[in-house]
Ligand binder design. Structure first.
Ligand SMILES: C[S@@+](CC[C@H](N)C(=O)[O-])C[C@H]1O[C@@H](n2cnc3c(N)ncnc32)[C@H](O)[C@@H]1O
Length: 285
């Protein structure tokens, strides 16, 4: 419990100690974010704020937020916002928290699209709009459709498109990959679930306990989504169109094989910031 008489700076120290004792690496910076959320004050700012004595309601709010973080709920989920490609994206419980790794997929897509491209983009498994909105924010003539099986994730995507003034170029629809879609699209992008089912429970607790299983579980070998996407992608693409997908560690040969069997040619492999192959680009035909 945070004792009465505690000021903001002391509360930040106490919070950081408790998070660190639970093995949370970025304890100091996360304590600062949680205190700012609970009090509206920034404990790192010099001057009056740090010495502000907390009232009981503020102490309760801080306790509640620390308790959530101690269950390994990620800070982005607690504050309800994730940063990606310079955009702030609102998140709800059905949304995967955007990962820096996914920048490789966005880079792959942007390389395919000239600055003035009037391309139509299809994002399969759009979640809160992460990939599609990042691309549209950089390509002002492009438009896109984001598909997801989760209506709740799509609600966040629509909110994000509005907040980023991209709603006139971004549409969203509930669906299962390309089922029932007509096209044609110039580019399909997808960061599908790609974790083998048996590995999901062993992921770090922030992911295993708090990311939606629908966003993680890629079936027995992690490749179910790629099979479904490539089997039908040619039908909704323009001739010579492209598919760019994010992949899990070590999945490049298998995903390339699935695509090849569906008459797609691998044209590029892009690694993430750790040097791990993370995005593959394929051309139709
Ligand atoms: C790994 S998350 C990617 C979210 C977001 N595009 C990103 O890159 O952060 C995969 C997304 O696919 C969605 N999904 C899972 N199965 C699906 C299916 N059969 N059809 C459409 N979307 C699906 C999930 O709801 C989730 O939003």
């Amino acid at each position: 419990m945070i004792p009465s008489g505690t000021n903001l700076a002391m509360a930040r120290r106490l919070a950081a100690e408790r998070l660190a004792a639970a093995g949370i690496e970025a304890a100091a910076s996360e304590a600062r974010i949680l205190l700012r959320l609970a009090t509206g004050l920034d404990p790192a700012l010099p001057g009056a704020a740090a010495g502000t004595c907390l009232d009981p309601a503020q102490r309760d709010r801080i306790e509640a937020l620390i308790a959530r973080r101690l269950t390994r709920e990620p800070v982005a989920r607690i504050i309800g916002t994730g940063a990606f490609h310079g955009l702030d994206l609102a998140l709800n419980a059905a949304c995967l928290i955007p990962r820096d790794d996914t920048e490789a997929l966005v880079a792959a897509a942007l390389d395919l699209l000239p600055a003035d491209a009037q391309a139509r983009i299809l994002d399969l498994g759009v979640g809160p709009g992460t990939v599609l909105l990042a691309i549209l924010s950089e390509r002002p003539e492009a438009s896109g459709l984001g598909i997801d099986l989760s209506a709740q994730a799509l609600a966040a995507a629509r909110d994000n498109a509005r907040a980023l003034a991209l709603a006139d170029r971004a549409a969203f629809a509930e669906g299962r990959w390309t089922e029932g879609l007509d096209g044609p699209f110039d580019l399909i992008v997808s960061n599908p679930p790609y974790i083998p089912s048996a590995d999901c429970d062993g992921l770090e607790p922030e992911v295993a306990l708090h990311d939606p299983r629908l966003a993680l579980d890629g079936g027995a070998d992690g490749l179910d989504a790629y099979r479904a996407i490539f089997a039908d992608a040619g039908r909704v693409l323009v001739p010579g169109g492209h598919v760019a997908v994010e992949i899990g560690i070590g999945q490049a040969p298998d995903v390339a094989g699935i695509a090849r069997a569906c008459r797609f040619r691998l044209t590029r492999l892009i690694s993430d910031l750790s040097g791990i192959p993370r995005a593959l680009v394929f051309a139709a035909g």
